[in-house]
Design a protein around this ligand. Structure first.
Ligand SMILES: [Zn+2]
Length: 89
């Protein structure tokens, strides 16, 4: 592992711990004493990062057939139509 600060290969792992499905390492550069941390990912996770899965296909939802007008409403409208005709004349 190269030091991100000076590029030296002479780095030392101070501490490593597993967390969130990865391995975290605290490292220190022996050349410049720069401290940094790394996270090792599992192979599956790396694959996932390199080839993210395609977005899900949009779901095709079939339009529901329009609900037929309720009969009671139709009858009421017919009666109202007759009443309006009476009133009108
Ligand atoms: Zn360094």
């Amino acid at each position: 592992m190269k030091c991100p600060d000076c590029g030296s290969d002479d780095t030392r792992t101070m501490d490593s711990r597993r967390r969130d499905g990865g391995t975290y390492r605290r490292k220190v550069c022996r050349a410049c004493d720069f401290r940094f941390s790394t996270r090792e990912l599992h192979v599956e996770e790396v694959k996932l990062l390199r080839n993210p899965p395609p977005p899900p296909e949009p779901e095709i939802v079939e339009a529901e057939p329009e609900a037929p007008e309720p009969k009671a409403f139709l009858i009421l409208r017919t009666i109202r139509g007759i009443l309006d005709q009476w009133k009108g004349d």
